[in-house]
Design a protein around this ligand. Structure first.
Ligand SMILES: [Zn+2]
Length: 71
C-alpha cells in the first residue's frame, strides 16, 4: 500500500491554473480549510471547505473544469 498511499496524497494538490503545488491550511477563525496558490502572478484561491479532503476534491474538480474551458 506504500506507493499507492503516496499517490493518493498527491492528487488534487496542484493549482488548477498553473499546476504549482498548493498548501491546504486550516483557517482557525472560520474552522474551515482553504488552499491558496503561492505563485504571485496566479493567486488562485479556494476556501470554506469543511475538511482537508473536500478542499482536495474541489481543487481537482476545479482543475478538470479549467482544462475543459481551455480545450
Ligand atoms: Zn496557481
Amino acid at each position: 500500500m506504500g506507493r499507492k498511499y503516496v499517490r493518493d496524497l498527491r492528487w488534487g494538490w496542484q493549482c488548477p491554473r498553473c499546476e504549482t503545488d498548493v498548501p491546504v491550511s486550516r483557517d482557525p477563525s472560520t474552522e474551515t480549510f482553504r488552499w491558496e496558490c503561492p505563485t504571485e502572478s496566479c493567486l488562485s484561491v479556494g476556501f470554506g471547505f469543511s475538511s482537508r479532503r473536500k478542499a482536495r476534491i474541489a481543487l481537482r474538480e476545479y482543475h478538470e473544469r479549467y482544462q475543459e474551458i481551455y480545450r
